[in-house]
Design a protein around this ligand. Sequence first.
Ligand SMILES: [Zn+2]
Length: 88
Amino acid sequence: MRLDQRRAEAYLKLAMSRCPTCRSEARPRAQNAAFPFCSARCKAIDLGKWFTEEYRVPGTPLAVDQSSEESRTGDGNPEQPEGEPDGV
Ligand SMILES: [Zn+2]
């Protein structure tokens, strides 16, 4: 039994995870409420990153690109200096 526990501890040490935010060692979940991050601060930082990227991908570019492209296509008609030959 004890041996198993030791093995488990050794394994835990080997598999000690690193904080995805600052790359320092993150304590096991038992001692660390912010697991797998090293601290609550790093957890908050990573969450903020995800939020930002989520906003970027589906939201901003789609809405902006579509509306600007549509308005461009619509306004493209009156502008035709090359399409109107002078006939000369
Ligand atoms: Zn960290």
